[in-house]
Design a protein around this ligand. Sequence first.
Ligand code: ATP
Ligand code: MG
Length: 256
Amino acid sequence: MTRTIAVANQKGGVGKTTTAVNLAAFLQRAGRTVLLMDLDPQANATSGVGSQVPSISPIQTALEKPRQLPSLLEPTYARNLYLLPGSAMLGQQINEGHYQGIRDLRAQFTEANPPLDYVIIDCPPAMSTLSLLALQLADSVVIPVQSEYYAMEGLSQIVPLIEGIQRGDQEKLEIEGLLVTMYCEELDLSQEVYAEVCKFFPNKVFQTVIPRDVALAEASSHGRPIVDYDLRSRGSWAYLNLAKEILSNERLEETR
Ligand code: ATP
Ligand code: MG
């Protein structure tokens, strides 16, 4: 079975794309076949794995003709890491009519050749048609939360939206976890944010926190996940640990 994980938070600049790219890369390193789906018109995840941003994204065709998915999957620099790139036109290309394609596209993720173990979807910083589409395609959501003042405020839109989707078409949509990003050990504020998030979302916060690490920003500017840019950096260790936590959730799923 494919597990589809959306990385979402309507707040901008909290580490969604950095998380989507690096999680996808570490899951691939762990031997999984992974599709990175870039549902953000900024297309930062596409350039984050060193791929060209097309003028027209193939995601529209994937939704209209899901059976064509295998031919739409773009190879990347890494074997078994595929991409559906974003484009600046995504907002114009995708409309609510495309929600009809969601069920068939979900089925194709599993039936695709190669079969996909994980689909990681990067969402834009807005609760738009595109984010809603991502959440309806997803089995679960990773919500990056930047450790800063007002971090919790950013959650005021996404959590009710997830609950709305759970009541509607996708009752199985889960919160995979909240991920505290850009954590600075030496700052009380970072520790306070972590404690606060744990208080509001007991058992839903990843133990892994992502430190503020310039290597992560450098890696994306070189079009490489951190695993291929600076394996020994703190950011790299952190995303490795996040992937491990997600893989251990996979084993829990199997025993259910
Ligand atoms: P948007 O809402 O615009 O899509 P985003 O939530 O996807 O943004 P990113 O693009 O991942 O956020 O990160 C925002 C900026 O912060 C980028 O320049 C990125 O390289 C940098 N960044 C992300 N995570 C970290 C980190 N842990 N340490 C240092 N810099 C980081
Ligand atoms: Mg982004």
